[in-house]
Ligand binder design. Sequence first.
Ligand SMILES: [Zn+2]
Length: 266
Amino acid sequence: MFKDLERLVDVQKIDIKLLEINNLKGDLPQVVENLQNHINTLTKELDNERKREKEILLEIKNLEAKIADDKIRLNRYQDQLYLVTSNKEYDALTSEIDTLKQEIDSAEYNILKLTDESDQLKVSIKGKSLTLEEKIQERDKKQSVLDKTDITTKDAQAALMEQRNSIVDLIPIRYMREYERIAKAKNGIAIVPILQIFEEKVDKKGNVEYIPMQVSCGGCSKIVPPQKIVEIRNGDRINRCEFCGRILYWDVQSSEIRSNYEEELF
Ligand SMILES: [Zn+2]
């Protein structure tokens, strides 16, 4: 196999180990991120609701002050009613009184509405605060599990990365780019061994012979054209699977699969 292909295979082996380390963490990083997003949303909503609660208190206070003022004016106008001398003055005054009464009614109605809103906010704030507390505890728990996994895997990960970088340095950039592009599209697996099954055949004299059968891609299991097999076994150039696009190579340990292997032992 030519050197660059060999090195790409080595990079793939390291990347598989790195993938396995990442799999140890499972979906924890995602779970922690989701919890954090939920916490952020709840915190923002709580902030807004608490702000609105304060606004309502102020609005009610202003309305109460306005009602108090209006009532004082109303009493004064009502007292003046006894002192008026003309119809015109009387009409003007009663009209003022009616307007004030309407304004007081409307202010009282607004206070009721605001009190309702405030009550609903209190319930919502209480519920959200409890949920927020739960989510924070849950996040801390998951985060500490994740931190522990990070600590145990950090050294292994760093050693693998160092090893990887030293190999990558030796590989021409165009090959590395191709590798990264395929790996990105194929869940991190860019190079796969081809798999050839050899079927056992016993002749009349009891001689065992292994007949090479079809060859398939170790990534997508599709058939590799027979004319390509020699080329892939030689490994003189980059060969790719026509179906999944992964780079193919012949792996001395795993490419040759002997069926009835156990029987051969007897
Ligand atoms: Zn394939």
